[in-house]
Design a protein around this ligand. Structure first.
Ligand SMILES: [Fe+2]
Length: 291
């Protein structure tokens, strides 16, 4: 496996099951791979293929099922299974969302939002510590895509994330596309959001495609949906260059989960990320539109 420090890795791609055989056969020219452990825990064949890839690529484990924001506690059984996968493949990063996806024994298959209050902060901080203890790793917490806010919130999302870093020692995964689309949907400046995040805590960046739909509540307006079903859009690339200037080089991932294209298209998006990151320190030079 590569001996390049994690921080200096070139861009990676989210490895989805339709590509795993081809990835084993061809070793695509990307810096690293990110997997959802939920795709592998009950799939022994895919797990064996992942073992082979883990010998060649740095792997990041991005869990979508831990539900650190649940009011009913984390899924400890799931955490135990994810820990076994982590111990098996020794990933370079472990992450998940600031969201909730379970209620009691029910798994809702969605990433649902939280009110940002002192009470929520206490609950999520306690559960994040449990997650980090259960997984034996520092957990990178990802900012959500937002479509609504809670009237009862008493702090901003940036302040909430920063408080979690301070209270738990967790780190942050900044999904730049989520910042762009949430800024559009919620009416805030995405650059100000990035300016507010603690630089040293941001250990990974995500980029993914989104879809614009008519906003039924506001005639003539559009809402951006985090579909991961297309190329990264130019405004997200521009915000990515801003993020690189603010945070420095960070391992960056291309996410594509629906209408999944051929592997070469994903590799091309990763190369685009590398090119924009390389040029980002020269503000007068724009790589956007160079495709
Ligand atoms: Fe993401």
């Amino acid at each position: 496996m590569s001996s390049i420090p994690v921080r200096r890795l070139s861009a990676g791609i989210g490895l989805r099951l339709p590509h795993i055989e081809e990835a084993v056969a061809t070793s695509p020219a990307v810096g690293w791979l990110e997997i959802h452990p939920e795709n592998f825990l009950s799939n022994p064949h895919a797990m064996e293929l992942l073992d082979q890839l883990a010998e060649r690529f740095p792997i990041s484990v991005h869990t979508v099922g831990l539900s650190v924001g649940s009011a009913c506690g984390i899924d400890r059984h799931h955490a135990t299974r994810v820990r076994a996968l982590i111990d098996r493949i020794d990933p370079v990063l472990v992450s998940g969302h600031l969201a909730w996806a379970t209620h009691g024994a029910e798994y809702l298959n969605d990433l649902l939002p939280l009110p940002y209050t002192d009470e929520t902060l206490r609950v999520v901080a306690a559960q994040l510590r449990q997650v980090q203890d259960a997984l034996g790793r520092t957990f990178l917490l990802e900012n959500p895509s937002n479509y609504l806010g809670f009237a009862g919130s008493t702090m901003t999302e940036v302040d909430f994330l920063t408080a979690l870093v301070e209270r738990t020692g967790c780190q942050l995964l900044c999904d730049v596309s989520n910042v762009h689309l949430s800024g559009h949907n919620m009416g805030y400046d995405p650059r100000a959001y990035l300016d507010g995040l603690p630089v040293d805590a941001v250990r990974e960046l995500h980029l993914g495609g989104f879809t614009a739909e008519d906003d039924e509540a506001t005639p003539g307006a559009q809402v951006l949906i985090d579909t991961h079903a297309s190329r990264v859009a130019d405004p997200a690339w521009e915000l990515y260059a801003y993020a690189i200037r603010r945070f420095g080089h960070r391992p960056t991932l291309i996410e594509w989960d629906n209408d999944i294209p051929d592997l070469g298209t994903l590799v091309g998006e990763a190369r685009m990320a590398d090119a924009i990151a390389a040029g980002a320190r020269e503000p007068e030079r724009s790589h956007v539109g160079a495709r």
